[in-house]
Design a protein around this ligand. Structure first.
Ligand code: PEP
Ligand code: MN
Length: 280
């Protein structure tokens, strides 16, 4: 395989900052939260207001949903994108949403601030090439069976097309362990940070598949060097139309946000004053 040319941290190349609203991945520690799927107008708006009050930096919500079964909720499509845009209008928070098909990229760019390319599409090369020519930042999730180099090469497609505003998101990989939906691979955070100048964030929701593990794995991700988090939050996870086992209950979210911010501030203070303790 040819070595990627653009994504690697070569020749002292500085970290890439990827804007989201008035903040930037790679400079600020950003938390993006919201439901797995946008389920309706009023419910999304009410949730968005509460997430803003909890101090998130961006909203997430799927309008086009990659579902394993064709008989499950597929998302509200364009209607969902409009709901996201209305929530941005109301809260001032930027919105992130997944686009699965290159034909929907234009609509995604019209309504959203950042386009997510999901795990199942990390090797959809048509979509990656098209994402290289859009004028929006891209959140590129790791394929659930992708190696680090395959993931970086997927990002390379987007950079090669002229769009260098790419954030990598670890979201768990398939292993032999059935106790969790996926195995959140936190090794990949320092491994990726050593190789690429692109920011890397972690999604502990899909990474565990269990809401009871999202809090601890969020903090673990920050300690591992993640530069942001993508967390699924729902007011009534048991009634959610997708991923109900893993969505974090809204009532508990403000307390988790405080712990995330404290952990991120601690990591930041370590970075400012590197300890002399050996790295192991
Ligand atoms: C999602 O973010 O809801 C999603 C489907 O993510 P992934 O591609 O990581 O499964
Ligand atoms: Mn989901």
């Amino acid at each position: 395989m040819r070595e990627p040319q653009l994504v690697l941290r070569k020749d002292g190349r500085r970290a890439t900052l990827v804007p989201l609203g008035k903040k930037a991945f790679g400079r600020d520690f950003l938390v993006v939260a919201g439901p797995c799927s946008v389920e309706g107008d009023a419910s999304f708006l009410a949730l968005a207001r509460r997430l803003k009050a909890a101090g998130v930096d961006g909203l997430r919500g799927g309008a086009f949903k990659p579902r394993t079964s064709p008989y499950e909720f597929q998302g509200l499509g364009i209607e969902g994108l409009k709901i996201l845009a209305a929530a941005r209008e109301e809260t001032g928070l930027p919105v992130v949403t997944e686009i699965m098909d290159a034909r929907d990229l234009e609509a995604g760019c019209r309504y959203a601030d950042m386009i997510q390319i999901g795990s199942r599409n990390m090797q959809n090369y048509t979509l990656l090439k098209e994402a290289g020519s859009i004028d929006k930042p891209v959140l590129l999730k790791r394929g659930m069976s992708a190696t680090l180099m395959e993931w970086l090469n997927a990002a390379e497609y987007i950079l090669a097309g002229g769009n260098n505003r790419v954030v990598l998101c670890e979201r768990g990989i398939r292993t032999f362990e059935p106790a969790t939906r996926f195995s959140l691979d936190l090794n990949i955070v320092p491994a990726a940070r050593g190789l690429t100048h692109l920011p890397i964030i972690v999604d502990p929701s899909h990474g565990t598949g269990r809401s009871s593990m999202v809090g601890s794995m969020s903090l673990a991700a920050v300690a591992a060097g993640a530069q942001g988090l993508l967390i699924e939050v729902h007011p009534r996870p048991q009634n959610a139309l997708s991923d109900n086992d893993q969505q974090y209950p809204l009532v508990q979210f403000p307390a988790l946000m405080k712990r995330i911010r404290k952990t991120a501030a601690l990591m930041e203070s370590f970075a400012r004053r590197p300890s002399r303790a050996p790295r192991s």
